[in-house]
Design a protein around this ligand. Structure first.
Ligand SMILES: Cc1cc2nc3c(=O)[nH]c(=O)nc-3n(C[C@H](O)[C@H](O)[C@H](O)COP(=O)(O)O)c2cc1C
Length: 183
């Protein structure tokens, strides 16, 4: 295949999933792909792409409305082309069986709600961005963080994402779209 033409469509509430999406786009480009990077709300139809990466954070136990709507609208097309999903949330900062079950359930809810089943799924730890939160949200997130042993220093961001894991996911996407044996 010539340079694969890939779409990276993400949604982000506080900007961290956008940073992860930018990192993935950069890695895909370095691996020889042509990449269109955009929000799910503004993403074009996936029809003309050789592969699609979608990314979304979890807020209050849910994927975003925008990404859910995009997958629902384009589920039939996405079933025909390589599709990868990355999810970003705090629960993935711990890989205990309970936490893995919780983040897996978020993925299952998304696939059931949309009819779209990605070929590849990654679940990345997100970030605590205290300085960006309003007063109430900051207090709420500080309580959640304290309960799960995370930093309660609200003067700065705390990024829990493993960037090597993100790069590895992008490399797997390239293998997926270049695989001649894809079902
Ligand atoms: C109000 C709020 C609710 C959140 N709810 C959850 C949640 O239910 N489960 C979880 O694992 N992470 C939760 N998070 C953590 C986010 O998923 C994490 O901060 C992520 O990096 C946000 O990505 P974004 O900056 O792209 O919006 C929540 C964060 C905020 C601010």
């Amino acid at each position: 295949m010539d340079a694969p033409n890939l779409l990276v469509a993400y949604q982000s509430v506080e900007g961290h999933t956008q940073q992860v999406a930018e990192r993935i786009a950069e890695r895909l480009r370095a691996g020889g792909a042509l990449v269109t990077l955009t929000t799910a709300a503004e993403a074009p139809s996936p029809t003309r792409f050789d592969g699609v990466v979608v990314g979304d954070p979890i807020h209050a136990g849910q994927h975003t409305r925008e990404l859910t709507a995009y997958l629902k609208t384009h589920a039939a097309t996405l079933e025909r082309i390589p599709t990868a999903l990355f999810q970003v949330c705090l629960t993935s900062a711990d890989r205990t069986p309970e936490k893995l079950a919780a983040t897996g359930a978020y993925v299952t809810s998304l696939t059931e709600a949309t009819g779209c089943t990605p070929d590849l799924v990654a679940r990345f730890a997100g970030a605590l961005r205290y300085p960006q939160y309003g007063r109430l949200k900051r207090a709420f997130m500080r309580r959640i963080a304290a309960g799960s042993g995370r930093s309660t220093d609200t003067s700065t961001d705390h990024v829990l994402t493993d960037w090597d894991e993100v790069d590895g996911f992008a490399d797997d996407v390239l293998l997926l779209v270049r695989s001649p044996h894809r079902a």
